[in-house]
Design a protein around this ligand. Structure first.
Ligand code: GLC
Length: 570
């Protein structure tokens, strides 16, 4: 078992402010035993890669025991490792190896819901007379309807994946609420025993030596107890978000978690709450230093700019919107709160394919987007493969997809709404979460060096040239650029603590900003487009260039090339 506290410096309270986090989606990272699914031993074998990049913290997506309906975001035992990934001893070995290298590790905490195979739910579903009877949201059918028939659900909410947010359980003669799939029933946080069970489980992991948690949809844990109908959406269901995305007791529960779980411990922990729909003002409250409820939150605004309402309806992202959003979040959280900074995770399409240009300006756009993100004020997250510019999957047919959300969407769009198959497939190619989940591309070998077996999801054909082996140690590669960018954060205090100010250039395609700390000013100029842009005289002032993604021979003082970025210090 790992020694608690190793790798942690209790004297430096907010150590996570200067940290860079690397997210591992274990299923797709590295397969050590050839069964086609990544595992914990595979991670241990690749820690050099992460350490050389300059990473401080690893966030491990769920490895708990799970029926894997939502790839582990449906937990049936919070205190066991799923055999798919290894054993608890493997996890302890990973934790020890991470700490030995001076890095830290945070776990994914999925406690808005459990799996429907969790013993708490199985018991609750079977009878109203068991201890966990009230641990979930059980409700009778709407009065005057036939229980179990469509339209009899307690309210009109739709679930995140597909269909109603309620499923009828004949054994109990009631409906249960699930904001995600029917296999993910929502826990009732209003019940004190439920909260205590979660807190006890968190204690168990912290005692094991983990350094914090990424908290899955944590802003959904407090629901308006009336569970009212929501406004109707395109798919015919009601939107429950107004009643659960910032519920009446959300601050009370997070404050209780802090005082019950974290405050009694020495040292400080990285806590990051995933919060769909959170506003900058709410995020400032959650991350307010004095309140200390959470270190930071994952907001969704900047990854929703190419969607029109729901995620399947696309629109073009405009650089103006992106700049406005990013700088608004910087300013709103200011010195009171703290931002998390991310482009990618296991739920988002690859940023270089999405906001960049993975065909003509693959290297340039991947590095420009990285620079903008990492030089903001906040803690940056790198999602596996982002450091080598991995792209969307380019799957040909529905059989290539694995994600519950993608498959549900396809069934509904093609089966129920009779939409054109090629249009639906095109939408999936751009928007599906599977884009993020193709195997990590370690080498040009047949399984991309990810597996010697048959991978659980297709390897991207571009692994023949886009892989770690072809970039590591190669000057000018995306991987080496990420190393330089991360090193800059660790070298220059202004990157961590500098105040943010947007710089107006009068050019739509340019995003420019400054970070001030004492006498140091760091200025970033980024052209976020495929066209060259001229620079004004005031922007041409000679200063020290500390980072650039175009070679000196191609840098023109009067203009920025497509996706060119320059970072100056004075
Ligand atoms: C979060 C996870 C996502 C999961 C959902 C339900 O958004 O990141 O992968 O499907 O919650 O747990």
């Amino acid at each position: 078992m790992a020694t608690p506290g190793v790798g942690r410096s209790p004297d430096h309270e907010a150590w996570w402010r200067s940290a860079v986090v690397y997210q591992i989606y274990p299923r797709s990272f590295a397969d050590s035993d050839g069964d086609g699914v990544g595992d914990l031993t595979g991670i241990v074998e690749h820690l050099d890669h992460i350490q050389e990049l300059g990473i401080d913290v690893i966030w491990l997506s769920p490895v708990y025991r799970s029926p894997q309906r939502d790839n582990g975001y449906d937990v049936s035992d919070y205190q066991a490792v799923d055999p798919l990934f290894g054993t608890l001893e493997d996890l302890d070995r990973l934790l020890a190896a991470v700490h030995l290298r001076g890095m830290r590790l945070i776990m994914d905490l999925v406690v808005n819901h459990t799996s429907d195979q969790h013993p708490w739910f199985l018991a609750s579903r079977g009878s109203r007379d068991v201890a966990t009877s009230g641990w979930y949201f059980w409700r009778d059918a709407r009065p005057g309807t036939v229980p179990g028939e469509p339209g009899s659900e307690p309210n009109n909410w739709g679930s995140s994946f597909a269909g109603s947010a309620w499923t009828w359980a004949p054994e109990r003669g009631q409906y249960y609420l699930h904001l995600f799939s029917a296999s993910q029933p929502d826990l009732n946080w209003d019940n004190p025993e439920t909260r205590e069970a979660v807190f006890t489980m968190m204690d168990w992991w912290l005692d094991r030596g983990v350094d914090g948690f990424r908290m899955d949809v944590i802003n959904f844990i407090s629901k308006d107890p009336r569970l009212p109908d929501g406004p109707l959406t395109r798919d015919g269901y009601g939107d429950g978000m107004p009643y659960f995305s910032h519920g009446p007791r959300i601050h009370a529960y997070l404050a209780e978690m802090k005082s019950r779980v974290f405050d009694p411990r020495p040292g400080s922990y990285l806590t990051v709450g995933e919060m769909p729909g959170v506003t900058p003002e709410q995020a400032r409250e959650f991350t307010d230093r004095d309140r200390g409820q959470l270190a930071m939150v994952f907001q969704y605004e900047h990854v929703s700019l190419d969607a029109d309402g729901d995620k399947w309806t696309q629109r073009r992202m405009s650089v103006n919107d992106l700049r406005d959003t990013l700088s608004r979040w910087q300013t709103a959280l200011g010195d009171t709160g703290w931002n998390s900074l991310y482009w990618n995770n296991h739920d988002q399409p690859r940023v270089v394919s999405r906001y960049g240009n993975d065909a003509t300006y693959w290297r340039e756009s991947a590095t420009a987007l990285a620079t903008v993100l990492h030089l903001h004020r906040g803690t940056p997250y790198v999602y596996q493969g982002e450091e080598i510019g991995m792209t969307n999957a380019e799957f040909a047919g529905i059989d290539d997809y694995r994600d519950i959300e993608s498959l549900d969407y396809y069934a509904r769009a093609v089966g129920t709404h009779r939409e054109d198959v090629s249009v639906v497939l095109d939408t999936l190619r751009r928007r599906s979460r599977d884009n993020a989940r193709t195997p990590m591309q370690w080498s040009a070998a047949p399984g991309a060096g990810f597996t010697t077996g048959s991978p659980w999801i297709g390897v991207n054909a571009n692994h023949s040239w886009l892989n770690v082996a072809s970039q590591r140690g190669v000057p000018g590669s995306i991987y080496e650029y990420y190393r330089a960018l991360i090193a800059l954060r660790h070298r220059l205090p202004a990157v961590v603590d500098g105040h943010f100010a947007a710089v107006e250039t009068g050019r739509d395609q340019i995003y420019a900003f400054r970070r001030h700390l004492g006498d140091t000013a760091l200025t970033v100029y980024a052209n976020l487009s495929d066209q060259p842009v001229s620079l004004d005289r005031k922007d041409r002032l000679a200063r020290d260039l500390v980072l650039a993604n175009y070679p000196a021979s191609r840098r023109d003082p009067d203009r920025l090339e497509p996706w060119e970025v320059r970072v100056y210090v004075r």
